[in-house]
Ligand binder design. Structure first.
Ligand code: GAL
Length: 820
């Protein structure tokens, strides 16, 4: 990718001079090119009049990098982004929205300015207006869909100015949405004759071990009126870059009208895309005019088949699979909703590593980075469009724009996602208020029809939260039935609707066993998606305190995380994730053990901090922890849960057996022990046919004496976007992890060199301190920092100072952008 390193200059004269210089030295680009616009944006929080004007003086505005989320930034004069006054309250985790402006200059050469220029936005939350050179060119309301502003004939050689206003009026959402340009922005410059970027659609109607039939439809555009002779050719590359198929060049006479380009290619013995081996191919389409390549478009795809029916369930490449699913929201916790590609991809990786094989992207289309990561890692995605249609859930939500915008937003989701092999189903909505009514059914039919027009290959689904008989009409409008918290209906609904394919689109972590049984026992139930796999900002406290009698959520300020994630907000697996691994027989951690928090010792408000009057909905599993450090509990009985795939377990405290227990379906793959607390070593051993098959150890930790500091990567590209996650985990002098809250310590993190510290988080749902200051207290012994590469190469030092300990360093290398 070419990265614009142009500096932010106010004088248009200077820009013109630079542009002239570039025109001389820059090589002539034949084909299309994309230029990321990540650095050097100017940002102002609030509304300003005249900020769309080219000559507006933005020198006092802050310089920021995009993706950017202003809601997660410390509020002026404070060291916290949170406020109990935030209008969305618990929904947004006490983080406010508002209005914000962004401006950026970009330089085009004379040649570029004369081409087809597109400005591509990954997402702007929300209600965005775009001006270029003072001219209002677009409004885009939905905060999650990608959109393009056509700048053809609207830009000039030299300096151009794009101005973006985003209006996030509260309350706009039931969860934390973030605010601003939350996904990457790029300029795409195409020659007059080019392949329409949105037109390419690759399908694989035959996908067997023997043959992969690849069908491509696309469209070639010619912006002029003079007919041109073009030569169209294409080839397919495998994962190593080798050409595995190519088509004969085809002559085409192009006039002013778009010209369809259909292809069909066969690949012998293809490497299929699967969850275990996510093999990818790249289609390269080339257009030549007068012997010169004027466009080359690369589209990555996978060869795979998907079938689904109530008898055989879900089959990928003709093999049965079930969906081990988790719901995720789009935020990236300590950096808010800023959708840096590495941050979005990291969530997919965390899920893959924890044994999930499917993601439900709740309740909006997944980012490009999420889908790319899912393609590469072998994860399936239910890509969801909306949380509301005609009727609102929150006064300022998307329903305000639904009637006029839904078609464009569906088009954006399907067109940008349909070449990704990871996309399994299109979901048209979640718990839509009008579900089951004539309006709900009619809307579902319209949405489904549009999805099918754009992609007839994938089933359409919807997450429904009503019971039969009202649900019947809604389900009849779609292909696959998503049930939110309704696994108890799977049996009776199957009797009434034997052809219906069902899955739990949402379920409670505490019901993991019960729901998973339905997947194992009922062929028509194809999977379960827990709410949620990764923790998220907003819906504060639901995972902990649940819902009260009147179904109000209970997390008051300063609660801000939902705290229902099986993986915490920093990426650490919580006990529920280990339990799920056992239920799925993932063989990742076939045995694990956790200890229940003794009553009255919680340093978060107790699980039942508020008066609980039935009906009360508890969300999570027992309040258990990976710790055998419980000072003050000596000789008092503690409850220990052992999760095991092995049929028999034995627990030992300081070498003494506390007895063997059988574990299996009847015990929900758990064994419970009551253990009088003594510091030392608690060891759970699993047996298979009398032979020791695995073990899990919890050790009492001494005081914090050291810290394990590690980065998830040490090389980053100088593209302004690459991220390294640096974890800091306290240990005692023997390396035993520190977990007790009384042993938490402050950590100060600083970054030196061509990179920036953009967030530090600890996963504590109540710690309302700054994410940007570099100072954070550990939570259960841990903090995680996010370092973003700048646009210059060089060495970066991350300095980590844990209270009471000598400073440690991590060295990262930012390398020049790889212009592949
Ligand atoms: C569901 C909803 C989710 C989330 C969850 C927990 O009903 O679909 O978006 O709100 O409840 O509160």
């Amino acid at each position: 990718m070419y990265i614009d390193k142009s500096h932010h200059l106010c004088s248009v004269v200077a820009l013109v001079i630079i542009a002239g210089f570039l025109a001389v030295v820059a090589p002539r680009e034949a084909a299309a090119k994309e230029r990321g616009l990540s650095d050097d944006w100017r940002f102002f929080k609030g509304d300003v009049s005249g900020a769309e004007r080219t000559d507006f003086d933005d020198r006092k505005w802050k310089t920021v990098t995009v993706p950017h989320d202003w809601s997660i930034m410390d509020r002026a004069g404070t060291k916290s982004p949170f406020t109990p006054e935030a209008e969305s309250g618990q929904d947004s985790g006490y983080l406010p929205g508002g209005t914000g402006w962004y401006r950026r200059q970009f330089i085009l050469t004379e040649e570029e300015a004369a081409k087809n220029v597109r400005l591509n936005f990954g997402a702007v939350y929300m209600d965005a207006d775009i001006w270029v050179n003072g001219r209002h060119l677009a409004s885009h309301h939905y905060g999650y869909t990608a959109f393009t502003v056509d700048l053809t004939n609207k830009v000039r050689a030299g300096g151009n100015v794009v101005a973006v206003r985003a209006r996030h009026e509260d309350p706009s959402s039931r969860w934390y949405a973030g605010s601003g340009i939350i996904q990457p922005v790029a300029l795409e410059i195409l020659n007059c004759v080019h392949i329409d970027p949105d037109s390419v659609f690759v399908t694989t109607p035959v996908a067997t071990e023997k043959v992969g039939k690849v069908k491509v439809s696309a469209q070639v555009n010619h912006c002029g009126t003079d007919p041109r002779q073009a030569l169209l050719s294409s080839r397919i590359l495998d994962g190593s870059g080798a050409v595995v198929a190519s088509t004969r060049a085809e002559k085409r006479r192009l006039s002013g009208k778009p010209s369809p380009w259909e292809l069909s290619v066969s690949i012998e013995n293809p490497s299929l895309w699967s969850l275990e081996k996510p093999n990818l191919y790249t289609l390269v389409q080339e257009v030549q005019v007068d012997g010169r390549v004027v466009d080359e478009r690369r589209t990555r795809f996978g060869i795979r088949s998907i079938t689904v029916d109530a008898k055989n369930g879900l089959r990928l490449n003709d093999r049965s699979i079930v969906l081990k699913g988790g719901n995720i929201h789009h935020d990236n916790y300590m950096i808010g909703a800023a959708g840096f590609p590495d941050a979005d991809a990291r969530k997919v990786l965390l899920m893959k590593q924890a044994g999930y094989n499917a993601i439900r992207n709740a309740h909006n289309p997944a980012s490009k980075a999420t889908l790319n990561a899912a393609d590469e890692l072998g994860m399936l995605v239910i890509n969801e469009a909306f949380d509301s249609w005609n009727k609102h859930k929150r006064a300022k939500d998307y329903s305000r724009f639904f009637a006029t915008d839904w078609k464009a937003d569906i088009d954006s989701m399907v067109i940008s996602g349909r070449n990704h092999p990871s996309v399994l189903f299109w979901s048209i909505g979640n718990e839509i208020p009008e579900q089951g009514t004539p309006l709900g059914v009619e809307t579902a039919e319209a949405l489904t029809e549009r999805v099918r027009e754009l992609d007839p290959t994938r089933p359409v689904t919807q997450a429904v939260s009503i019971d039969p008989p009202e649900s019947a009409g809604q389900y009849a409008a779609i292909d696959v039935a998503g049930y939110n918290y309704r696994s108890h209906l799977f049996e009776s609904d199957h009797t009434d609707y034997p052809d219906r394919v069902m899955y739990s689109s949402e379920s409670l972590p505490k019901n993991a066993f019960k729901v998973w049984q339905t997947v194992e026992d009922m062929p028509w139930v194809i999977g379960d998606f827990v709410w949620t796999s990764v923790d998220y900002l907003g819906e504060a406290g639901i995972g902990w305190m649940g819902y009260s009698q009147d179904w109000q959520k209970l997390g008051p300020y300063p609660w801000h995380l939902a705290y229902c994630g099986e993986i915490d907000a920093t990426g650490r697996k919580r006990p529920a994730a280990y339990y799920r691994e056992v239920l799925w027989k993932s063989a990742l951690n076939p045995i694990s053990a956790f200890v229940q928090q003794p009553e009255g010792t919680a340093d978060l408000p107790d699980r039942h901090y508020f008066k609980i009057e039935p009906p009360h909905l508890d969300w999570s599993l027992e309040d258990v922890h990976p710790s055998w450090t419980w000072p003050g509990q000596e000789n008092k009985p503690l409850t220990v849960f052992v999760y095991s795939e092995h049929p028999e377990v034995e627990l030992f405290l300081n070498g003494e057996s506390l007895g063997r227990k059988a574990v299996g379906e009847a015990s929900e793959y758990k064994a419970t022990y009551t253990v009088p607390y003594q510091p030392g070593l608690l060891k759970a051993v699993g047996y298979n046919q009398e032979r020791e098959a695995g073990s899990w150890v919890l050790r009492t930790a001494g005081s914090p004496a050291a810290a394990k500091v590690y980065a998830d990567r040490h090389r980053l590209q100088a593209n302004g976007l690459d991220l390294a996650y640096v974890s800091v985990e306290l240990t005692d002098q023997n390396g035993t992890p520190i977990y007790a809250r009384s042993d938490d310590r402050f950590v100060d993190i600083q970054v030196e060199g061509p990179a920036e510290l953009i967030g530090v988080g600890n996963g504590n749902p109540m710690d309302a301190s700054s994410f940007q200051s570099g100072r954070k207290k550990t939570f259960h012994g841990r903090v995680v920092a996010v370092v973003r590469a700048g646009t210059e190469p060089g060495q970066v030092t991350v300095r980590v100072a844990v209270e009471g300990q000598p400073e440690q360093q991590q060295v990262l290398h930012v390398t020049s952008v790889d212009y592949r």
